[in-house]
Design a protein around this ligand. Structure first.
Ligand SMILES: NC(=O)C1=CN([C@@H]2O[C@H](COP(=O)(O)OP(=O)(O)OC[C@H]3O[C@@H](n4cnc5c(N)ncnc54)[C@H](OP(=O)(O)O)[C@@H]3O)[C@@H](O)[C@H]2O)[C@H](O)CC1
Ligand SMILES: [K+]
Length: 504
């Protein structure tokens, strides 16, 4: 599924109006009908409703919704903010239609002075101040109104977007000037900001309302940003050959787990074995030998000459894919060995955890990375690689996208919605997964899955897409059983079989 920018959605709007054809006011009426239905489904006629409408089409939607609710005998009070004395054409038409309707309890057009009405916990506020046409953070009277609504304790339904929230980049926005909605009823499709963790505080629950904008336009218009859907993943899954044996199903090498961090190696290795690969070799320091042999009898164990850490590069000819990083630590020996391992490895490679921290603390080395690597940073690891404290998820996303192009790497930025930035500039968002997966070892599991899939014959793009989807899906399956609070990384591994099966 594609994600479009607000500028593109505006074009989609115009295209639909021309080609369906439908008049712009009728399209607004369609949107308002869907919005009204979503509201009446949730709240009964006894709910007192206060509608705040802005001067653009978001406000037009709100006025139409107010009229429809009033006609359904809801008690509706409406404030239309027309500070500049200009309303969009459809907003103006809906103002007239509202004034002509006999059922609206009270309608007030605000030109300058505004005495905020009493809002209680019983009030349902419909926020139609600004939507996708917002062009800068709210200030002045609008910022005060937003703070007033947020402090009121009323339930807030936002139309299309919480007013004050930009559809894409909120890096320089002012949090106190953004509506904190309980529900956002967004039109036709989710906007980019809805995939970022730091915007969730404003959005509440999101419901997407289909208003039948042009399917043809949506199909034929490219977007660099997409969301993985189940059918994309199902079509990626390779069939196993009936005559397969372990020698033909790929051999993964996992370099992980310094002394004291054996668990990271164990988790990555187990997850790798559960991802369909033929064989897995774990390269670990001597001290972790028994732990690995006992914990994962299916693994082949290769011992480093150092008792405690990764200190000698491996010959990787015999492997199909290599993962380096979980729990390897950041000793200087390991750092130097990591670089020489990267240089001499011609196989598909995923770098995670300490491998990324080592690079993050020696950023000059980034220039030496070969193209085609898979990097799986969480936000802090990414910030180290990037050398800055990114203070917004959009900012981090934009930089990861740029870095993936610059390094020609596949950067899988982990988060509530993990996203994969590809060397060609495209970004794929993943929506499987849950907050229970924010737990130690979860990332090691993902690395194990990805290296297993690459060893099994998937390309970097396929393995990362399938890997992040499966990882999240296994986490969701595990959470139905264990709940989010108690979920641990091992539960994700244990749910991998069910996750695979659900896609077959
Ligand atoms: N395709 C769809 O999904 C449909 C969407 N609809 C609704 O339309 C809005 C978008 O409407 P638009 O008129 O483009 O924009 P807004 O209503 O969000 O806002 C425009 C007005 O807001 C003023 N503005 C912008 N930023 C600020 C600010 N920081 N402070 C004060 N005022 C601001 C702007 O004035 P300017 O003079 O700055 O241009 C405009 O007056 C979408 O969100 C949906 O709700 C359709 O109804 C159906 C199809
Ligand atoms: K809004």
């Amino acid at each position: 599924m594609k994600i479009f920018t607000s500028k593109q959605i505006h074009e989609l709007d115009t295209f639909t109006i021309e080609h369906e054809p439908v008049s712009s006011i009728d399209l607004m009426e369609r949107a308002a009908t869907a919005l009204t239905l979503a509201i009446t489904k949730r709240w009964s006629q006894t709910t007192p409703i206060t509608v705040f409408a802005g001067p653009g089409n978001n406000g037009g939607d709100a006025l139409a919704v107010a009229r429809m609710l009033a006609e359904k005998r809801y008690s509706v009070t409406v404030y239309l903010f027309n500070i500049k004395n200009t309303l969009s054409k459809d907003c103006q038409t809906n103002k007239t239609r509202l004034q002509d309707s006999k059922h609206v309890k009270s309608f007030m057009e605000v030109r300058d002075e505004f005495d905020p009405p009493l809002l209680t916990e019983e009030t349902l506020v419909i926020d139609g101040l600004f939507g996708s046409g917002l062009n800068k953070p709210l200030g002045g009277g609008f910022a005060s109104l937003v703070s007033y609504i947020n402090a009121s304790g009323s339930t807030v339904v936002s139309i299309d977007l919480p007013s004050g929230l930009m559809a894409e980049d909120n890096t320089y926005n002012v949090n106190s000037s953004i509506i904190r909605a309980d529900i956002t009823l967004t039109l036709q499709m989710k906007k980019l900001c809805m995939y970022f963790a730091d915007c969730q505080q404003f959005l509440g629950d999101i419901e997407v309302l289909d208003i039948n904008l042009s399917e043809d336009w949506i199909k034929s218009t490219p977007s660099p940003f997409t969301v993985i859907e189940r059918n994309n993943v199902v079509s990626l899954i390779k069939k196993r050959n009936d005559f397969a044996h372990k020698g033909t199903m790929g051999h993964a090498l996992i370099i992980a787990g310094s002394y004291g961090m054996a668990g990271a190696a164990v988790l990555a290795t187990k997850a790798c074995l559960r991802s369909g690969v033929g064989k897995v070799t774990a390269h670990i320091p001597d001290r972790n030998y028994d732990i690995m042999q006992i914990s994962v009898p299916e693994a082949i164990v290769h011992i480093d000459k150092d008792e405690y850490c990764f200190s000698e590069p491996m010959d990787t000819e015999h492997y199909n894919a290599v993962a380096i990083g979980p729990g390897i630590g950041q000793r200087d020996t390991t750092a130097v060995t990591l670089m020489s391992q990267i240089r001499r490895t011609s196989r598909l490679m995923v770098l995670d955890a300490d491998a990324l921290n080592i690079l993050g603390y020696r950023r000059a080395w980034l220039q030496q990375l070969p193209p085609g690597l898979v990097l799986t940073p969480h936000p802090k690891e990414f910030d180290r690689l990037d050398g800055s404290d990114n203070n917004s998820d959009y900012g981090r996303f934009a930089k990861a996208r740029e870095m993936a192009q610059r390094l020609q790497a596949y950067i899988l930025l982990k988060g509530h919605y993990s996203l994969l930035c590809q060397p060609d500039g495209s970004v794929i968002f993943n929506t499987t997964g849950n907050s229970g997966m924010a737990t130690a070892g979860s990332g090691d599991v993902l690395t194990g899955i990805i290296v297993g899939l690459m060893a099994r014959g998937y390309s970097q793009a396929e393995a990362t897409v399938l890997g992040m989807y499966l990882h999240g899906l296994a986490g969701d399956i595990a959470a139905t059983d264990k709940g989010c609070e108690s979920l641990i990384a091992t539960d994700i591994i244990d749910a991998l079989p069910k996750a695979f099966l659900s896609l077959m």
